[in-house]
Design a protein around this ligand. Structure first.
Ligand code: 13P
Ligand code: ZN
Length: 301
């Protein structure tokens, strides 16, 4: 194909398609998008994302929106009403994984598996402004992500930007042997290894088995997120929040590892949780005191 043919080809594509073709690398090259894709791949490598399991959303900064805006589509999707609303997220932009799209494919084709959505001025509807090619829509758990962002933004004075949902094996297995009770589950996780009380000193919330993707589970989770930065969905998985991708992935990883250690210790002990040695409540207090951490005293004996 000579030069004139390829120029003619670009005209044939139409202005919007040319812009899209040229823009893909620009948006995909942004550091926040690299971090977003890296987390998706890291979660896949951990085995937390069977099929389309799990999803990720990131609340973009004003500068990131400004940099990406020239590459947004000229024809944004329709505004889609959400069954939830948040005053503190009016006009916010989110990078989101797509419903039914696989985390293992994100790094290979970001524009197909990931999108950028804009929230309307009322904070109750969104539209896709970039990516999610081939008719994609935001994750079916977007209501939960949106409500969790709202609650965590308020709880952290605007620091929280990342909400991550995964299906880690050991956390799910744990919810089969423990009641869906934050105190019981948090104590077990804290006592699995000394790191835990440092990573999640407030503890971990738990919602019972509920319908995935429903407004009810979104509201129940966000209620708990007022207190905790991570919430377990019994029989399903885990939601983690944080200021950046490292902290959020690290929180997910620490909780899953603690659940695994508890399971291993149970197996080594013939199924009994009467361990010869464990971390006492006073040990937990001493660790927290040493780091000046405000431990959730309600969960201590
Ligand atoms: P999505 O493919 O819609 O993100 O759903 C995956 C999931 O984990 C539902 O809870
Ligand atoms: Zn899920």
């Amino acid at each position: 194909m000579d030069v004139m043919d390829s120029v003619q080809g670009m005209f044939d594509m139409g202005a919007s398609a040319v812009k899209e073709a040229v823009s893909k690398p620009a948006v995909e090259r942004q550091p926040f998008m690299r971090g977003f894709a890296r987390l998706c791949n890291d979660g896949w490598l951990q085995g937390w994302h069977e099929r389309n399991g799990g999803n990720l959303t990131y609340r973009m900064t004003d500068d990131e929106v400004k940099t990406c805006k020239p590459y947004f589509t000229d024809e944004p999707g329709e505004w889609v009403d959400m069954d939830v609303q948040a005053d503190n997220l009016r006009g916010a932009f989110f990078t989101v994984t797509g419903a039914g799209r696989f985390m293992r494919n994100v790094e290979l084709d970001i524009a197909h598996n990931v999108g950028i959505v804009e929230t309307n001025g009322a904070g109750d509807a969104y539209r896709v402004v970039w990516g999610l090619h081939d008719g994609g829509v935001p994750t079916s758990e977007f209501s939960s992500h949106f409500m969790n962002h709202s609650v965590r933004v308020a709880a952290t004075d605007g620091a929280c930007r990342v909400i991550y949902h995964a299906h880690p094996d050991n956390v799910i297995a744990l919810t089969k042997i423990l009641p869906p009770d934050a105190r019981t589950v948090t104590r077990m996780l804290w006592k699995a290894m000394t790191e835990c009380v440092m990573v999640f000193p407030k503890g971990v919330g738990v919602v019972p088995c509920m319908v995935p993707g429903s407004t009810e589970i979104a509201r129940a989770t966000s209620e708990l997120m007022k207190t905790y930065d991570a919430v377990i969905w019994a029989q399903h998985g885990l939601f983690a929040s944080g200021p950046d991708f490292d902290a959020t992935f690290g929180l997910m990883h620490a909780i899953e590892k603690a659940a695994k250690i508890h399971g291993l210790a149970l197996m080594m002990n013939g199924g009994s949780s009467e361990f010869a040695n464990t971390i006492s409540d006073d040990d937990l207090r001493a660790i927290a005191r040493n780091l000046n951490l405000a431990l959730n005293e309600e969960f201590l004996d």
